[in-house]
Design a binder for this molecule. Structure first.
Ligand code: AHR
Ligand code: AHR
Length: 521
């Protein structure tokens, strides 16, 4: 047989390859093309037969076809609200709309819309069996990037939570369900209970099995838990469960400390539940536990879910916990691991990025305490304190022996500066919406009054400490003046000047602070 010329051989091989590809594709032998990339988490779960019954996010659409609002913000200045939507259908949050609406004032997140047609929206949680009514989270508390866009996550401090006690389609009385959330391993604590999922309809602890929620934090309810955490656990009421015996039976699972974390809980409502987790920016999910319902009491098998949805607190509004939330869904039915894995791949494709609530640094979102450095005052911290009808900012001694409220008063949340986003503002930890500002050169903790002068009075630029170490905080509108303590009161002071607190004696150390991990994380 005559050999083909080289160029004809290449052509023949190409023709054969194209014909074979077409034939294999026609009979379904080839893997499905990467069309799944355009499916968002609730599209994936719908195709898998376990549709979302609730879908919440402040960062992005969770259905490719979603074009509605993600969340609502309410501003302090005139109490009006704005719905924050998407830049495009199936896309990312229009955070610029929030920034424009909230300029010269502060905004709280007052509603998180459910993206399913069931309208299982979350609003600020009311009083419960274990906690007074919650407050809303500051809308700009957690600036991050998603899909290359600047967006905001939801940052939960103690006393904050969201809920819906009259839902549609959420599992009750032993029905199967699944849920995931994208959260953070860098803003956690060991207080009860940073949860997302199924809870009681009356904000009270109504007994074992009346909750079925993902918990994420460093609270180890049943020892042992292994490693430092934070861990994904199942809040099934009256316990954070790592297994059927309560405690962790997985010594290899030491927690998910990364800035972005995916956590999942699946529960068939009868005799089995599973916990999965992974880094939300890379890689796969790991199954942390898969096995029987808790056998520690008869209340968990079958389950007795009530179908409310909670975010940020325990079922009875135990609200000492902190946490971060970027997105989460609840499904009807237990999703397959394959569906979860496809959802995780989609989450990774978002490319969540940016710092998340680290503590003890001057990064926006971080919680800090500011320790005085002057000899004799190194046990003193900058705090607010009631003085007549105002909250002045002072230094006072804080130690482990102080009350929780003293520690709260000495804890500040770093925000991007109102008047200059390269500088910072300090928000009170326990009085959300109040900021350190100077007035007649004295420091107060006050709610934003909507004025441009407040923006400037409450903005400070961090520089190297006047004494050569630590940090000093220069007033943005009086740059020669820095935050200083003098006679235990807080001021902005220049190094020499007309006010008593401008005295040069001890100015360098009085204006130098050590930024430390917060007394109240
Ligand atoms: O199960 C842990 C917690 O216990 C629940 O969230 C709360 O309702 C109860 O205090
Ligand atoms: O603290 C100095 C100035 O005093 C502030 O800028 C202003 O608010 C007040 O008049």
């Amino acid at each position: 047989m005559t050999a083909l010329r080289p160029q004809c051989g290449r052509l023949l091989r190409t023709v054969i390859a194209v014909v074979m590809f077409a034939a294999l594709s026609a009979i379904g032998c080839l893997p499905r093309p990467a069309a799944a990339a355009s499916l968002l988490p609730c599209d994936i779960y719908a195709r898998a037969g376990t549709p979302c019954v609730a879908a919440h996010s402040t960062t992005r659409a969770l259905f490719a076809g979603y074009s509605g609002s993600l969340y609502q913000v309410t501003r302090a200045s005139d109490k009006t609200s704005l719905d924050i939507g998407l830049l495009a259908q199936g896309g990312y949050a229009n955070a610029a709309a929030q920034d424009n609406f909230c300029v010269n004032t502060t905004c709280l997140i007052t509603r998180i819309y459910d993206q399913t047609s069931r309208r299982n929206d979350l609003t600020i949680e009311g009083a419960g069996g274990a906690g007074a009514a919650d407050v809303g989270s500051p809308a700009n508390a957690l600036p991050v990037t998603a899909g290359g866009n600047q967006v905001y996550g939801l940052l939960i401090s103690a006393g904050m939570g969201y809920r819906n006690n009259a839902t549609s389609g959420v599992a009750v009385n032993g029905q199967p369900e699944g849920m995931y959330m994208v959260t953070s391993g860098t803003h956690v604590n060991s207080a009860c209970c940073f949860d997302y999922g199924n809870a009681e309809v009356n904000n009270k602890d109504t007994g074992d099995g009346h909750m079925d929620a993902i918990n994420f934090g460093t609270e180890c309810w049943f020892a042992p838990c292994y490693g430092p955490g934070p861990w994904v656990q199942a809040d099934l009421e009256n316990g954070l469960f790592a297994s059927n015996v309560g405690y962790s039976i997985n010594p290899g699972y030491t927690g998910n400390p990364t800035p972005y974390v995916t956590v999942l809980l699946k529960n068939n409502g009868q005799n089995a539940f599973a916990l999965r987790s992974g880094d939300a920016t890379q890689g796969m999910l790991t199954t942390v536990y898969s096995g029987g319902e808790p056998s520690t009491s008869s209340g968990y098998a079958p389950m007795h879910q009530e179908g409310a949805i909670v975010l940020g607190t325990g079922g009875d509004n135990s609200n000492g916990s902190i946490g971060s939330f970027f997105e989460g869904v609840m499904t009807a039915g237990v999703p397959s691991d394959a569906a979860d894995d496809a959802v995780q791949a989609n989450i990774v494709a978002v490319g969540y990025g940016g710092p998340t609530g680290s503590t003890g640094t001057l990064t926006p979102g971080s919680e800090i305490s500011l320790q005085a450095t002057t000899a004799g005052y190194t046990g003193y911290y900058l705090r607010h304190q009631a003085s007549g009808s105002s909250q002045t900012v002072v230094i006072s001694p804080i130690s482990t022996a102080n009350t929780a409220s003293d520690k709260d008063d000495a804890t500040w949340i770093v925000r991007r500066g109102f008047a200059n986003s390269n500088c910072i503002s300090f928000e009170s930890r326990n009085h959300p919406g109040e900021f350190i500002r100077h007035y007649n050169y004295q420091l107060y903790s006050q709610p934003h009054d909507g004025s441009a002068v407040f923006n400037s009075d409450a903005t400070f630029c961090a520089v190297q400490g006047s004494s050569g170490s630590g940090s000093s905080f220069q007033s943005v509108n009086y740059p020669t003046k820095s935050i200083r303590h003098y006679n235990l009161q807080g001021y902005i002071a220049s190094n020499g000047g007309s006010n008593p607190w401008d005295t040069t004696a001890a100015w360098t150390t009085d204006t130098t602070w050590t930024v430390v991990t917060p007394w109240s994380p």
